[in-house]
Design a binder for this molecule. Structure first.
Ligand code: HEC
Ligand code: HEC
Length: 411
């Protein structure tokens, strides 16, 4: 026998013994377990262990009806109770599921739920009265469609944090990681260290716990307003309204708020997944001396690699931000564009570098205010011109590839 199963059985024997005050289990015990242990857990005001991974809409209480017979019939009909091997029942597997880093309070709640449901299901599966019932079973469990249950899970929310926010952390890390920001902490206090190095899950939790994510008004979150410079930020403006980064931040924040508030009810409420993800490379592109009439406007650069004798028609990387209104300089890191199907978590989190080849940089420019419209997209009409870059391309602010405005071919 597998060791874990053996341990589970010993624990179960202990749990049952404590419920029956030491005597062997009888079929009629199931009704008593249900009344004494299951109903109080199901009707308790506290959150069940499910909420450690599932946000609003999945609760253990939804798997318990008002009386034992209908609960048993419904769970059995839903495939959640296995009468041949009760301890292998799917409902118990749901209850025993725990995250890698289990919350201490939740661990206690889970242990209590697990003991009670294991004892009841095991007793109920031996109760001839319950087993003999046939006929229509009432519905039981979460009423959300499976796509929504999948979407409102903590691992999925973390994946959204990684693909929308964490991939951009190079822009924030020097001032917000406790490993690098001694001088900023000295000046502004230790709340500056909100970034937990190499740990997106802990960073997301910190941002939520400290109120830097505003669940009631996600687009008013300090996590967005600070780097936009919409409120005073000692780190200044980090990205422009309407830029890809801005939209990624908003996508995550809106999704986070809707998820934890239980706003998603139907498949149609879910945000459509983006087709491509942008992965930071750390390689900077700089454009200098943009003419006065372009200063303050927003540029998107798309980079095209060679494809045989011609330029590829598929951009490999992009970058967008505002042209400095004072000196006409533009500088931004290039983010590799990867189709969603190819963007495994591993690939997202590994540092990326564009190979040192020839690239055609196509520039699209729009007015900064146009970019603030909700459904704004760069279009062909915004094409400004193109220029070539080539050769080794080191990451870092000190070694950008540079295009002088005079080199841009206008067509
Ligand atoms: C450690 C995190 C975690 C906890 C805690 C957890 N779940 Fe889940 N749940 C998942 C994951 C991951 C999936 C999807 C993977 C799968 O289906 O195996 C899932 C899938 C589901 C599904 C839909 C798919 C299916 O298998 O039918 C339901 C319903 C569900 N869980 C209910 C619950 C209930 C009820 C609880 C609490 C008793 C619970 N879960 C506790 C992580 C968790
Ligand atoms: C050059 C340094 C620097 C950079 C780069 C920087 N910040 Fe900041 N940021 C600060 C400092 C210093 C503070 C504390 C003073 C303040 O609130 O303005 C701060 C405050 C914040 C706060 C509020 C923290 C709190 O608990 O009050 C948030 C949120 C924030 N920054 C987000 C960002 C994001 C997101 C990025 C990257 C896109 C970023 N910052 C880049 C220096 C920086």
């Amino acid at each position: 026998m597998k060791r874990t199963l053996l341990v589970a059985l010993i624990l179960l024997a202990g749990a049952i013994a404590s419920l029956t005050d030491g005597r062997p289990l009888r079929a009629s015990d199931s009704a008593e377990f249900f009344a004494r242990r299951i109903l109080p857990i199901a009707r308790a005001q506290r959150a069940s262990s499910c909420t450690e991974c599932h946000f609003a809409g999945v609760e253990l209480g939804q798997y318990v009806l008002d009386d034992e017979a209908s609960t048993f019939a419904a769970l059995r009909a839903a495939g959640l109770i296995d009468v041949a091997q009760p301890e292998q029942s799917k409902l118990l597997a749901f209850i025993r599921r725990k995250p890698e880093r289990e919350d201490a309070t939740m661990a206690k709640v889970r242990a209590e739920e697990s003991a009670a449901f294991t004892a009841w299901i095991t007793a109920a599966a031996k109760n001839p009265e319950l087993l003999s019932k046939s006929g229509d079973a009432p519905p039981i469990g979460t009423q959300l469609p499976p796509e929504v249950v999948r979407h409102v899970r903590s691992d999925r929310l973390l994946a959204s944090f990684v693909e929308n926010i964490w991939v951009e952390m190079e822009r924030c890390i020097n001032c917000h990681s406790p490993e690098r920001n001694e001088r900023w902490v000295k000046e502004h206090g230790k709340q500056v260290s909100w970034l937990v190095p190499r740990d997106p899950a802990a960073t997301m939790k910190y941002l939520a716990d400290e109120g830097l994510i505003d669940v009631d008004a996600p687009e008013k979150s300090l996590l967005l307003l600070k780097p936009l410079g919409a409120v005073e930020h000692a780190g200044h403006v980090k990205f422009a309204v309407g830029s890809r980064t801005d939209r990624q931040f908003r996508r995550f924040l809106n999704d986070y708020a809707a998820t934890v508030a239980g706003k998603y009810k139907t498949t149609g409420d879910l945000p459509p997944p983006t087709k491509q993800l942008a992965i930071a490379t750390g390689q900077q592109l700089k454009i200098t001396e943009m003419p006065t009439d372009q200063r303050g406007r927003l540029i998107r650069v798309l980079l095209y690699p060679r494809d045989g004798e011609a330029w590829s028609t598929r951009p490999i990387a992009s970058g967008d931000s505002q042209i400095n209104p004072q000196d006409g300089t533009w500088m931004n890191q290039m983010c590799e564009l990867v189709d969603r199907e190819q963007a495994t978590p591993d690939r997202l989190l590994k540092p990326r570098l564009l190979p040192g080849e020839r690239y055609l940089a196509k520039l699209y420019i729009v007015d900064a205010t146009a970019a603030t419209k909700p459904n704004f997209e760069f279009g062909d009409a915004d094409f400004y011109g193109s220029a070539e870059v080539s050769g080794n391309w080191h990451p870092g602010w000190q070694k950008p590839k540079t295009i002088a405005a005079g080199e841009i071919v206008r067509e």
